[in-house]
Design a protein around this ligand. Structure first.
Ligand SMILES: Nc1ncnc2c1ncn2[C@@H]1O[C@H](COP(=O)(O)OP(=O)(O)OP(=O)(O)O)[C@@H](O)[C@H]1O
Ligand SMILES: [Mg+2]
Length: 252
């Protein structure tokens, strides 16, 4: 069964048809990229999946369950994680404490006993940081981390909730090119190991073409192409949309 199945999604803002008849699915462990020029409707799609926006029409199913129109908190509870474009961590707390907080809230959600962070076993948070290559940063306050490390903490916080689906809207924005590739390689590895479906938007075509299993191309609210990276890159309509940018024509 698909982790996420979207059918006939529609959203207009006044006269602007931001998203029109969008349908796709994401399988467990799959990295699916949603690309398209500025204003194509990518963030609007995301916001309909995470509950921020109610679709005008269409359906969103998570593991077969209809979640269309549910509030963000309900969607999160059902296992839809997200990373934020603007990093949302507590600056004065350490990396370890931030991850412990996230694990604590996840366990409480599952009906576990409440206990203060200070008395929590730190081992699960340390294990998660180890997995993200962040073990050596555990004791540092988040407020002094380099941007790329902060993005990893954000990913750790999202993973603490054991999501079935992870939504990442421009996860590598503001990062140096090498950091982008390594963050997405790590995300892909974890997604495959844990069977997490990942839907991400990204303007860096190197990142898209090297880490997506499949790509969806949105233009003015409509899906104009979908498929494996090689198929999408060769699609004449995609080339037309990106013409002049050279973005999908390079020989990577
Ligand atoms: N809250 C809103 N109110 C009015 N119009 C909106 C709103 N949100 C988005 N739009 C419009 O909907 C269209 C799609 O915007 P959206 O932000 O989804 O695009 P995007 O693909 O995420 O672009 P970008 O690559 O710049 O992030 C645009 O024309 C935008 O101006
Ligand atoms: Mg956007």
């Amino acid at each position: 069964m698909a982790t996420l199945e979207v059918t006939g999604l529609e959203k207009s803002f006044g006269g602007v048809r931001a998203v029109q008849g969008v349908s796709f699915s994401v399988a467990p462990g799959e990295m699916l990229a949603l690309i398209g020029p500025n204003g194509a409707g990518k963030s609007t799609c995301f916001n309909m999946l995470n509950g921020q926006l109610r679709p005008d029409a269409g359906a969103v199913r998570l593991l077969g369950q209809d979640i269309t129109g549910l509030a963000p908190r309900q969607v999160w509870r059902l296992g839809v994680g997200r990373t934020f474009q603007i990093t949302a961590t507590f600056g004065s707390m350490t990396v370890l404490e931030n991850v412990q907080m996230a694990l604590l809230s996840h366990h409480r959600r599952l009906g576990g006993l409440w206990r203060p962070v200070a008395r929590m076993d730190a081992a699960p948070a340390r294990a998660l940081l180890e997995r993200l290559g962040m073990a050596d940063q555990a004791a540092r306050p988040c407020g002094i981390l380099a941007y790329g490390d902060l993005k990893r903490v954000e990913l750790a916080i999202a993973l603490a909730n054991e999501p079935k689906l992870l939504l990442m809207d421009e996860p590598t924005a503001g990062m140096a090119p090498q950091e982008r590739v390594s963050l997405m390689a790590l995300t892909a590895q974890i997604a495959r190991e844990s069977g997490i479906a990942v839907l991400f938007t990204e303007h860096d075509m190197d990142v898209v073409f090297s880490h997506a299993d499949r790509i969806l191309v949105l233009d003015r609210g409509r899906l104009i192409a979908k498929g494996a990276p090689a198929v999408v890159r060769a699609d004449p309509r995609v080339r037309e949309v990106y013409l002049g940018s050279g973005a999908v024509t390079g020989a990577h």
